[in-house]
Write a protein that binds this ligand. Structure first.
Ligand code: SME
Length: 150
């Protein structure tokens, strides 16, 4: 991963910003296209006043998991823990919602607006053990930028 170059591309996407939908879609596409082990990239946000997440923009295969109750799966757990969740091997997790047999690992980083956890970026990978601190740092940087446009 060439983090400085990716950060520059992220900054350019935010500079061009016309609509939130477009910006979030461009972020998903950028990450999926440029990081070989990112096989699915998506944003989930709190669904109104409900205790559930709703899928927003994503890049990768269609998923049936467009609504995820708080507490369920990796995503739902991050909605309540407010913490990054790095799963290097999904077979080690009991509370996991599978999006297909190909997915071997997952990373979820929460997005905060005024200290409130309002959503997250979710990455699925077909590799076992692919994520490093660099992924967390890049994704935290992106989540921080996203929080500024929400
Ligand atoms: N695996 C997630 C569900 C969402 S998909 O990865 C797109 C989870 O356990 O919450």
């Amino acid at each position: 991963m060439n983090t400085p170059l990716l950060k520059e591309s992220v900054n350019n996407i935010f500079k061009r910003h016309s609509s939130n939908e477009k910006t979030l879609q461009e972020i998903c596409d950028l990450l999926k296209q440029n990081i070989s082990y990112y096989n699915w990239v998506g944003f989930y946000f709190k669904n109104g006043n409900k205790e559930e997440l709703k899928l927003a923009q994503f890049a990768g295969e269609l998923t049936e998991h467009t609504i995820i109750p708080f507490g369920k799966g990796i995503c739902g757990q991050v909605a309540v823990s407010n913490k990054n969740f790095v799963v290097q091997d999904v077979s080690s997790q009991d509370n996991y919602i599978s999006c297909g047999w190909k997915v071997k690992s997952e990373i979820v980083i929460p997005i905060f607006v005024k200290n409130k956890n309002i959503g997250q970026i979710d990455i699925d990978s077909h590799s076992v053990n692919p994520f490093t601190k660099e992924d967390e740092v890049l994704l935290e940087f992106i989540c921080e930028k996203v929080s500024q446009i929400l």
